[in-house]
Design a binder for this molecule. Structure first.
Ligand SMILES: [Zn+2]
Length: 275
């Protein structure tokens, strides 16, 4: 059974203010999400410290930052140019920062064939995540979770994600299923549940779309059949369900209302998944 987590990206504010707002709204668990940092238009070298400040703020105000979403593929690709070890070292920084503020899971996207070629993508993902998981095991750091992508091959296929995580076979490497990304690639909740079996995902990213674009709509605002949730038994075994939708307005007050409604809808329609 999972606990409900609110992502910082649901409130369109700078990430530190988003943490404080989520706390003021009564959320007890938050996801420190790179999407909030991306919107701030800061340079890449400032990213780790900005995420660290958000984690610090969470600890200060008294919300638990249980999950952290690391930067997207492009960020780590910068380092791959000098060798895979440099990308792994950069990823370790996010594990260290997250672990030092009590986060339990750090979510990463994989590398895609669009960027580094299909043969190399598989090899790079295997080595990158094996080394990261090994480091997390050795240093007792958060779990590394790999997320299914919205379209970039090969990890848009949940079967490819299952294969990657199974092959590395580490207690510190798990899958994170994103419902919106799965739907864009033809997976209903039930199909996603079937495709990841026998692995149990450690987290679920919850958002909706109409099957064409990665809209990050609130639950129930797109075409996903959420009524299938009770039969997605494997997905229900995740530790955290993260509300990862975006607000449809720039008005913070309206967004706070939308976030509360999204959380209530999740508690209702995903009650079989949540504690
Ligand atoms: Zn996601």
């Amino acid at each position: 059974m999972a606990k409900l987590v609110a992502s910082t990206r649901i409130i369109p504010l700078d990430i530190v203010d988003a943490v404080e707002t989520l706390h003021a709204m009564g959320f007890e668990l938050v996801d420190i999400n790179y999407a909030s940092v991306e919107r701030m238009n800061i340079d890449y070298p400032s990213v780790p410290n900005t995420m660290r400040l958000a984690l610090l703020q969470a600890v200060r105000v008294g919300v638990r930052p249980v999950t952290v979403h690391a930067p997207w593929e492009d960020y780590f690709l910068l380092y791959i140019g000098r060798g895979l070890d440099h990308a792994v070292d950069e990823a370790k920084i996010f594990l260290d920062i997250a672990g030092s503020y009590g986060a339990e899971i750090v979510v990463f996207h994989g590398f895609s064939s669009r960027r580094i070629g299909s043969y190399r993508a598989e090899w790079v993902n295997k080595r990158f995540f094996a080394e990261l998981a090994d480091y997390a095991e050795r240093e007792d750091l958060p779990v590394v979770a790999v997320e299914n992508s919205s379209g970039a091959k090969p990890l848009n296929k949940i079967e490819a994600l299952r294969k990657l995580v199974s092959q590395i076979d580490s207690p510190k490497l798990r899958a994170c299923i994103d419902t919106g990304h799965a739907f864009l690639n033809g997976y209903s909740l039930r199909a996603a549940d079937h495709a990841i079996k026998p692995l149990e995902p450690v987290c679920i990213h919850v958002h909706d779309n109409h099957g064409e674009r990665d809209e990050h709509l609130h639950i129930g605002c797109g075409s996903i059949n959420w009524l299938e949730a009770p039969s997605a038994v494997n997905l229900s075994k995740a530790s955290y369900v993260v509300l990862e939708s975006d607000c449809s307005s720039n008005d913070v007050v309206a967004c706070k209302g939308q976030a509360i409604i999204a959380a209530n809808n999740a508690r209702s329609v995903l009650k079989d998944w949540l504690t």
